[in-house]
Design a binder for this molecule. Structure first.
Ligand SMILES: CSCCC(=O)C(=O)COP(=O)(O)O
Ligand SMILES: [Mg+2]
Length: 247
């Protein structure tokens, strides 16, 4: 009997002017972010909040933590940090947490004390699709202040030349609300149907579908939403399972 190799599944072909990518669970391992990056931020939160009290973004983040956690206006920094630690424990994607973490990480990247992580299948495909004329953008809960150095300090060098636009929950709104995807389509100046979103999160899938985007769900073994219910959109396990085509 002759041995036949297993057939390679046909790649999913997606035609779009822009591909917008989620990071954690899609381009990059949650374990790396919740491990290396969170470990870097955790012991630095208190000093950062106190040392940057005059920064309007940090002052606003502190106010939001007090409000969201029902803390009194004169709560100590230690009390604020306790809330942030608890959110980090549960990977709560709270905007004030992301603002503070993002500034800490930006400094860590600039000092070469941390670098980013991408699954092996991601960077070659981003490079290829960029060369082929597909616009590339990011929509992540991680703040833009951390997204840019995340791409600048990749294991494969500076990738910022590939990415034209970065969106976070301050700029665009919640990743689980349709309005955020409408806002991104407006900012990019294209119709929703010309946009593709890659994400691992079923709530984000639903919001982007509602906004009329093309959505590909990522179900990667070992990631938090592996084999989740993605509600009928195409599901893949790797960037190698997809071919992006510019219209
Ligand atoms: C830019 S690196 C840090 C990313 C981060 O903090 C995060 O929460 C990513 O979540 P998402 O799944 O929205 O990319
Ligand atoms: Mg994600």
């Amino acid at each position: 009997m002759t041995d036949h190799p297993a057939p390679t599944p046909d790649p999913l072909v997606v035609t779009a002017t822009y591909l917008v990518v989620d990071l954690e669970g899609t381009t990059s391992a949650a374990g790396f972010i919740l491990g290396d990056l969170y470990d870097y931020a955790r012991p630095r939160l208190a000093a950062w909040i106190d040392g940057h009290a005059d920064d309007p973004a940090i002052a606003e983040a502190r106010r939001q933590v007090l409000r969201d956690a029902s803390l009194p206006g004169d709560a100590t920094t230690d009390a604020v940090v306790a809330v942030l630690h608890e959110w980090m424990e549960r990977d709560v994607k709270a905007t004030p947490l992301k603002t503070i973490q993002g500034q800490i990480w930006a400094e860590g990247f600039a000092r070469d004390e941390i670098s980013s992580h991408f699954f092996d299948d991601v960077i070659p495909k981003l490079r290829r699709w960029h060369e082929q004329g597909v616009g590339l953008a990011v929509f992540s809960s991680g703040s833009v202040a951390s997204q840019v150095p995340w791409f600048r300090h990749s294991p494969d060098g500076d990738l910022t030349g590939l990415i034209t636009d970065y969106f976070d929950t301050v700029k665009a709104g919640s990743k689980k609300e349709r309005a955020s995807y409408d806002a991104i389509a407006s900012a990019l100046g294209v119709a929703a149907s010309e946009l593709a979103f890659f994400t691992d999160n079923p709530g984000e899938v639903a919001a982007a579908v509602e906004a009329g985007w093309q959505v590909v769900a990522f179900s990667r073994a070992g990631e938090p939403f592996f084999e989740a219910d993605f509600g009928g959109v195409p599901v893949v396990a790797s960037f190698d399972d997809v071919e992006m085509v510019a219209p």
